[in-house]
Design a protein around this ligand. Structure first.
Ligand code: SAM
Length: 283
């Protein structure tokens, strides 16, 4: 799925606004600012994704807001000394957890295009006293690092947001060292969109891009783009399936989705998924 330049600019501006507002809100909710907080009204995503034990390692005052859809850190099996890059690092939670795992001989870069996210992430790094992390401003389509710099690329629910995913995956390949690995969580459609009793354009129009559904690739497209970028040993594993109710609660066009015939709605149930995706740059 490729977008015109005009569409791409509008999509990125909408994504930046959405996540800039979201982190600003999370950072002002002092009750959500610590790992041990219990006064948020709902179980927090970060607790679900990373577990209380990992979050408890972070000092009080660190903004632990997470907007992810999986746990790429569990997938990546980081080792001491490794250099890691987190595409779309948000408030920095995963960068800080990764920094603990790679230790003082390793290094973790976070990359994000949204100023409010970078501000919170850098503030968090200062509170933790992390000396082996850096948060870079930039786009994941043009990673601001030299060729063959990192051992591992992680990312949590970000690549679906990029208008040109082929470019993102090619640049990820470029930034990885030979033998390096790509371990990400992302939203992916299971099966072919052409099988559904609704056109792809109608379906995408009824979903929200900023909430990570409208821009999702199919599993086949993801695999094809990774292999075209040069990756091998590509693996996609479903970790969660979303119901139509989930799609509706995060949808720009919830009414449009509800107006689809019952047969279409039934066919969509469980077709949008979170996937754990791994691939390797040949050694
Ligand atoms: C769904 S949030 C996920 C943040 C973080 N990974 C987490 O799990 O909390 C998406 C993040 O990706 C960033 N982002 C989206 N598209 C981007 C792009 N093309 N280049 C750089 N950052 C991007 C947004 O600013 C936002 O911080």
């Amino acid at each position: 799925m490729s977008q015109s330049v005009q569409d791409s600019t509008a999509i990125k501006a909408a994504v930046q606004k959405h996540y800039g507002d979201a982190i600003t809100l999370a950072a002002t909710k002092s009750c959500c600012g610590t790992a041990s907080s219990t006064c948020c009204s709902e179980p927090s995503t970060e607790l679900t994704l990373h577990g209380a034990e990992a979050l408890a390692t972070l000092p009080e005052g660190v903004v632990t807001a997470s907007f992810g859809c999986g746990n790429p850190l569990a997938l990546a099996s980081l080792a001491p000394g490794e250099v890691v890059l987190d595409l779309g690092s948000g408030g920095g939670l995963e960068v800080l957890l990764a920094a603990q795992r790679v230790g003082p001989t390793g290094y973790v870069y976070g990359l994000d295009m949204t100023d409010a996210m970078l501000e919170v992430a850098r503030g968090n790094a200062a509170k933790v006293g992390a000396t082996n992390v850096a948060f870079l401003k930039g786009e994941i389509e043009a990673i601001p690092l030299p060729d063959q710099t990192v051992d591992v690329i992680i990312s949590n629910c970000v690549i679906n947001l990029a208008p040109d995913k082929g470019q993102v995956l090619s640049d990820a390949f470029r930034a990885l060292k030979p033998g390096g690995r790509f371990s990400v969580s992302d939203i992916v459609f299971d099966g072919e969109l052409a099988e559904l009793p609704v056109s792809e354009a109608e379906l995408r129009a009824a979903l929200s891009w900023a909430h990570c559904f409208a821009g999702a690739l199919t599993m086949r497209e993801y695999r094809t783009l990774l292999e075209a970028a040069g990756f091998e040993r590509v693996r996609l594993e479903v970790t969660q399936r979303y119901t139509v109710a989930d799609l509706q609660s995060y949808s720009a066009g919830a009414e449009l989705l509800a107006s689809f015939p019952a047969e279409t709605v039934a066919a969509l149930d469980g077709r949008v998924t979170s996937c754990a995706i791994t691939a390797w740059r040949p050694a």
